[in-house]
Design a protein around this ligand. Structure first.
Ligand code: M1P
Length: 247
């Protein structure tokens, strides 16, 4: 680690940036990240919880990177140790949370879509994850829902209804994956993780694929605290990082 450039960190989104959507990281990318760590500090920030990030990036993920931010950094790890854990439940309070969950489940029950499975709401530490088809659908059903949703806008319509109904709760709705959307308080997007970095790094390079307005990488990409890089695939991430850090 002796040749590491001080004050610089490369921070990566997961789905579409380090891996294909909900797929495992390739050996090539894993090796590249290890090599990159010799040059600069490296972190990952995903919307998913740590269980899913571990499925994708490997069992040793929290020690493979300098920082791992799951749930946008609402649950944060540095050098393998937990350094932060925000509670959505405490933020909202039991009553409001129940009202939100009840309404959402009624909405899903009334939805007429081709396939429904189980786990329509996943309760996480810093957010709720809502899936109209249900999180325990198969890989094939997941891909089919994504296509169906592109045509019928099921998630977009649902988000609009929730946004209007619960405007007073000041929540953010983020469609970052294939079958679900995340719900968390305003400001608890991926910029949340920057509070753990801004005192130690004066150059924070962020790489993400959904950097467009409405995408879940947009706020951190646009932040004046980061140098934002839009990538189109894991292969593009490799290419851009090679040019930036190894040439
Ligand atoms: O990382 C992007 C998203 O990945 C998953 O989305 P989906 O299951 O819909 O493909 C979820 O873990 C979601 O929370 C996350 O934002």
């Amino acid at each position: 680690m002796a040749e590491r450039k001080p004050g610089v960190i490369a921070l990566f989104d997961v789905d579409g940036t380090l891996t294909l959507a909900r797929k495992e990281i390739s050996q090539e990318m894993l090796q590249f990240m290890q090599n990159l760590r010799k040059v600069v500090a490296v972190g990952v920030v995903g919307g998913s919880d740590l269980v899913k990030i571990t499925e994708q990036l490997g069992q040793s993920v929290i020690t493979d990177y300098d920082y791992v931010f799951s749930e946008n950094g609402l649950v944060a790890y540095k050098d393998g140790k937990l350094i932060g854990n925000q509670s959505f439940k405490e933020f909202l309070g039991e009553e409001k949370l129940k009202e939100f969950i009840n309404f959402t489940l009624h909405y899903v029950a009334d939805l007429d879509i081709p396939v429904k499975r189980g786990t329509f709401i996943e309760f996480r530490s810093g957010m709720l994850n809502v899936s109209p088809i249900g999180r325990n659908c198969s890989r094939e059903e997941r891909d089919e829902f994504e296509q169906y949703d592109k045509i019928h806008g099921i998630r977009m319509k649902m988000v609009e209804v929730l946004r209007n109904k619960f405007a007073h709760l000041k929540l953010t709705y983020s469609i970052g994956g294939q079958i679900s959307f995340d719900v968390f308080p305003q400001g608890w997007d991926k910029t949340y993780c920057l509070r753990y970095l801004e005192n130690s790094f004066n150059e924070i390079h962020f790489f993400g694929d959904k950097t467009y307005k409405g995408g879940n990488d947009h706020e951190i990409f646009e932040s004046e605290k980061t140098v934002g890089h839009t990538v189109t695939s894991p292969a593009d991430t490799l290419k851009q990082c090679t040019e930036l850090f190894f040439s």
